[in-house]
Design a protein around this ligand. Structure first.
Ligand code: NAP
Length: 286
């Protein structure tokens, strides 16, 4: 029930209709019997400043920020968490009596999903495919947590730009490669973890994989950031040869769970959120 005291949370983006965040957070609010509601807001790029002022004016307690606003929102906030500052992107805003603080829970969500699923030893070698927004958060998070990172991308210039930024920020040697079979073969032979941070495997590329199954090995941990479908072709191939696999749903849930805690101060009911999203994703797939 919405009451006179209901606290409002939401997500801003364009497009925003596809977002999984409302069912995930509303399921969590319901489970913990919190008088809170989470809604999507379609915000055009030209409307971002007004939207952020609106958060203060309407006392919206917290926001998620998705494309195309993750970078542009930064100058409109009052405080920036140090990791979000390093990454240069914000996906969560906390409104504390009109003071807006920006965080990047994609980065911590990725690390949490990884650590939840595999043993961490400092210095593990990670190959990240893709150099877009998600790859950016992942590469900074990996470097922050002392993993060795290399970046492979279809557009080499973007991989190189990101690799240089991470190298400079963490004083590390981060290499960049153009995405082709020969490069993947040589890099993967010495890798511990493979992360797909491209969109290959979803929407129009469902059934496609960024890495041929012949290049995978059972010793590799394979993490696909895609959550729809829940099991991509890459994950199926990796599972078939006995590799450990981690799907994007875990990352989506953890970034949400971390944002939930920042907003409410409470541990998110992770299993309830997972059950809700799995149900929706399975319905979408059938
Ligand atoms: P983005 O900024 O648009 O970047 C897309 C990346 O995919 C780029 O590196 C692009 O390469 C590459 N790419 C796209 N199509 C390709 C193709 N046909 N062949 C080779 N490379 C291709 O997108 P993003 O926001 O980073 O999202 C990337 C993925 O992350 C999406 O699949 C999305 O499902 C997933 N995601 C997961 C979560 C989660 O919580 N699990 C959250 C958000 C997004 P170029 O640079 O060459 O164009």
């Amino acid at each position: 029930m919405i009451s006179g005291e209901t606290k409002l949370y939401g997500i801003i983006g364009n497009p925003v209709a596809h977002t999984m965040s409302p069912p995930m957070h509303n399921a969590a609010f319901k489970e913990l019997q919190l008088d809170c509601v989470y809604v999507p807001f379609l915000v055009e790029e030209s409307g971002l400043t007004n939207a952020i002022e609106g958060i203060r004016a309407m006392n919206i307690k917290g926001l998620n920020v998705t494309m195309p606003h993750k970078l542009a929102v930064i100058p409109l906030l009052d405080i920036l968490d140090p990791l979000a500052e390093k990454i240069g992107a914000v996906n969560t805003v906390v409104n504390n009596s009109g003071i807006l603080t920006g965080y990047n829970t994609d980065a911590d969500g990725f690390i949490k999903a990884l650590l939840d699923n595999c043993i961490y030893t400092r210095g593990q070698r990670v190959v990240v495919i893709g150099a877009g927004g998600v790859s950016r958060a992942i590469c900074f998070a990996l470097a922050e947590h002392k993993y060795e990172v290399c970046i492979v991308n279809r557009t080499y210039k973007k991989a190189l730009g990101l690799a240089n930024e991470v190298s400079h920020m963490f004083n590390k040697d981060v290499k960049a490669y153009e995405m082709n079979e020969q490069n993947l073969k040589s890099i993967l032979s010495g890798a511990d973890i493979l992360v797909n941070a491209t969109s290959i495997g979803m929407d129009s590329t469902i059934g496609k994989t960024p890495v041929a199954s012949t290049l995978l090995s059972p010793e590799l941990v394979v993490f696909d950031t895609i959550y729809c479908p829940i099991e991509t072709k890459l994950l199926k191939s990796a599972k078939n040869i006995g590799a450990k696999v981690i799907g994007g749903l875990d990352m989506l849930l953890w970034q949400g769970a971390i944002a939930f805690k920042l907003w409410t101060g409470l541990e998110a009911p992770f299993e309830i959120m997972k059950k809700e999203l799995s149900k929706i994703l399975e319905l979408n797939e059938n």
